[in-house]
Write a protein of this length. Structure first.
Length: 238
């Protein structure tokens, strides 16, 4: 009875001793394989995490556009809703705007610029040149669009001014364009580029015309001489 009990205890004690020996062989400070494979967060994320903030992922303004295929979600049995934002929503300078100013109001270019920027998120800088700001608004600029905000601002200012923007402060301004690089009127440029057209007949044509005119004159004179001669002969015969 005692021998069988001792044999049973020895059978169960041997695996337990091996297991305890294997656990004691691992140093307490040695990292396990699971902890070694855990990636270390970047330093920038750790710095932001110290303030309680982390960068959003993915970053819309840093990611590359993979495909132009729209992403849609089903909102009904036969209805799909396209996901995403427009270019004007992602970049405020590209949003679509309209300009409609009554012709009865006397406004300047600065007034039109401020009216255009209202509600767009952008504002006009304080240093707009007076040569541009105090100009009366042309009638042709009182109705513009739909057009992008970027283009409308340039059209209201004209080709003599360069549009400037500060996306951080959402501010737009203008500077005078260098006269040496200022673009001329495109219609005038095309007119000057075209070869000079002849508005008068060439020398060859004039020679042919003069030759024809002289021949007709000589024939007319010959007929007149013949008529006079025949008339004189008739009078003599009488």
């Amino acid at each position: 009875m005692n021998r069988s009990l001792l044999s049973i205890v020895s059978v169960f004690s041997l695996p337990l001793a091996l297991l305890l020996g294997a656990c004691s062989a691992i140093p307490p400070d040695h990292p396990t394989s699971a902890s070694a494979d855990t990636p270390t967060p970047p330093a920038s994320s750790q710095a932001h995490a110290a303030n309680g903030l982390t960068d959003a992922s993915p970053d819309l303004y840093m990611m590359e556009k993979v495909s132009d295929a729209p992403q849609v979600v089903r909102t009904g049995r036969y209805q799909l809703w396209e996901l995403g934002t427009s270019s004007g929503q992602q970049q405020l300078i590209n949003q679509v705007v309209r300009v409609a100013i009554p012709s009865t109001l006397s406004v300047t270019v600065k007034d039109a610029l401020m009216h255009l920027l209202a509600g767009t998120g952008y504002h006009l800088c304080d240093g707009v040149p007076s040569d541009l700001a105090n100009q009366p608004l042309p009638l042709t600029h009182r109705n513009l669009g739909p057009v992008s905000l970027h283009e409308a601002l340039q059209v209201l200012a004209g080709p003599a001014w360069v549009l400037q923007q500060d996306p951080r402060r959402r501010e737009v301004c203008f500077r005078a364009r260098d006269r040496s690089t200022a673009s001329a009127d495109p219609i005038e440029t095309r007119r000057l580029a075209e070869p000079t057209r002849q508005t008068h007949p060439t020398d060859t044509t004039a020679a042919h015309l003069s030759t024809g005119a002289s021949a007709a004159t000589q024939a007319h004179q010959a007929r007149m001489k013949a008529d006079l001669k025949s008339g004189s002969e008739k009078q003599e015969s009488r």
